[in-house]
Write a protein that binds this ligand. Structure first.
Ligand code: NDP
Length: 494
């Protein structure tokens, strides 16, 4: 049951200090914030509460490290990233356990997805940087235009709590591979794996100052990073409101910005789909990581003829999901990230009832015995009967809650799917290639999966439209973001 927070003392080993200039250092102000274990509702560590002075120190270290890091041949930088990947992979179990403890996600998920994906991010961008090429425009017999893509200098990576190391490395790897130095700020709620990762840097051969980690709250540590004159670009993943705030700070300073923001992703289930694949995958796309993935489908539109069967099957399977201790391999659903978030999600379920919705299953705080008695658990909820334009249907909940809607025609489904301020991901289930193509063309989203979900290829552009973000990550897009194009026009003397 989500209960009152209980303070417990922490040891030095559970302290997440900043990593600046190749060393772990306490915050300049000497203060720390508590870190809670979602599965127990108890404080288990503390994290540096950094401010401007720490950000300054990190930016200065990064500035100092930049000239030598930039001068290294790409192959050498790639070798360091690969060495980091090897070390991370060798400690997969340790990192997975830390990620699960910090976030409340099932250990099985951290083991199978979060940490392996962080390893892949490092290896992928180590390879990509070595294949990155630029354009050449031969203008005439004696004039050649070519493009240089130069690293920017000091760049910032600000990441959220839901996929901590996965998203931290998704920013850090391309930035470093392209020759930049990084000041990274993980979420204060989940600082653990970024700290452990920083601890691998020295032995992997990353020179001091090339990667710096500054912990702390968004306003106190994150915002000074975005405003810092040394920082040339900010790659941010998080909520839409925070993204707007960061754009307001960094925009007038003409910094490059990549904003990966919230979503209210639609899933369109047509009556000609593969039923078993659609229902099994929709269960995953609704509730993986407790629904705390920006790509989770939260609005499921089902065609009339299939609606009742699909609803009954989804509800039956959701009710069978095991909510339990994240450390137990039998657990499907772990704990929500914080008591505030637990209350927020429950608040949306109350709102859903007031807005005319029926909670078909779940949505209840779950009391677990033993060490998890104080954890922030919630059973997965399926809701129906909501109007598409009510708040529950429009606002991002970011928890184990999915709502079902009935539609008749393809045109109606696409119109309803597009009817929010967001446009991150969408999913289409159909046996018709023509219908899939039409839907893909008309859906307002940065990503559309057809007859699948979360199949990721790191070469593809990743990002959202509308209030889900600006810019693209992944593949060449990331390497372009972390470099500045310079045109060189060369006239031959002869
Ligand atoms: P937040 O926007 O609250 O925080 C994201 C990061 O920004 C955290 O490190 C946070 O620090 C920091 N931050 C907060 N305020 C500021 C500020 N004023 N200046 C600079 N940095 C700041 O998001 P959450 O961590 O709650 O993550 C959940 C959100 O992330 C959801 O909306 C989800 O959709 C979105 N998301 C989007 C993804 C995408 O690819 N589009 C992927 C994953 C998540 P701190 O937490 O320490 O305060």
């Amino acid at each position: 049951m989500a209960g009152a927070r209980e303070e417990t003392p922490v040891s030095d080993a559970d302290r997440c200090d900043n990593f600046i200039d190749g060393r772990f250092v306490p915050p300049a102000g000497g203060s720390y914030l508590p870190v809670w274990e979602p599965a127990t509702g108890r404080v288990y560590a503390e994290v540096a509460a950094s401010g401007r002075a720490d950000v300054d120190a990190a930016c200065q270290a990064a500035e100092r490290a930049f000239p030598s890091w930039r001068e290294l041949p790409t192959e050498r930088r790639a070798a360091v990233l690969n060495a980091l990947a090897d070390r991370l992979e060798a400690q997969l179990e340790r990192f997975a356990a830390a990620e699960s403890k910090d976030t409340g996600k099932p250990i099985t998920l951290a083991r199978a997805v979060d940490i392996p994906r962080a390893v892949s991010n490092l290896r992928f961008f180590a390879a990509a940087a070595q294949h990155f090429a630029t354009e050449c425009h031969p203008t005439s017999a004696d004039v050649l235009n070519y493009t240089l893509r130069q690293p920017l200098g000091v760049v910032a990576g600000i990441s959220p709590w839901n996929l901590p190391l996965y998203l931290f490395t998704w920013k850090v790897a391309p930035a470093l591979a392209a020759g930049n130095c990084v000041v990274g700020k993980p979420s204060e709620l989940t600082p653990r794996t970024a700290t452990l990762f920083a601890g691998l840097c020295g032995e992997a051969g990353l020179p001091p100052g090339v990667l710096n980690v500054v912990h702390g709250s968004g306003p106190d540590a994150g915002e000074p990073i975005c405003a810092h004159p040394s920082v040339r670009a900010v790659s941010f993943t998080g909520g839409t409101k925070t993204g707007a705030r960061i754009a307001g700070v960094a925009g007038p300073l003409f910094k490059k910005l990549s904003l990966e923001l919230g979503g209210k992703n639609p899933v369109l289930v047509f009556d000609d789909c593969d039923f078993e694949a659609a229902v099994a995958t929709t269960l995953r796309s609704s509730f993986s990581n407790q629904g705390e993935i920006c790509l989770c489908g939260s609005r499921v539109f089902v065609q009339d003829a299939l609606y009742d069967r699909f609803r009954d099957e989804l509800v039956a399977r959701a009710a069978r999901l095991v909510v339990g201790d994240p450390a137990d391999p039998a657990t499907d659903q772990g704990a929500l990230i914080s008591t505030e978030h637990h209350a927020k999600v429950r608040g949306y379920l109350d709102l859903a009832r007031r807005e005319g919705g029926t909670i078909l299953c779940g949505g209840q705080p779950v009391s677990l015995p033993g060490r998890c008695a104080g954890g922030w658990f919630l059973s997965p909820a399926v809701v129906e009967g909501l109007a598409p334009d009510c708040r529950t249907s429009q606002e991002e909940i970011f928890g184990p809650v999915v709502s079902l809607y009935r539609f008749r025609t393809e045109e109606e489904a696409v119109r309803l799917a597009n009817g929010t301020a967001y446009g991150l991901a969408s999913v289409v289930w159909t046996g018709s290639l023509d219908r899939a193509h039409r839907a893909v063309r008309d859906l307002q989203a940065g990503i559309t999966w057809v007859n699948c979900w979360m199949l990721r290829d790191l070469r593809t552009p990743f990002g959202g439209v509308k209030q889900s973000g600006v810019g693209r990550e992944g593949g060449w897009e990331a390497l372009r973001f972390f470099t500045e194009a310079k045109n060189v026009c060369l006239k031959l003397s002869s």
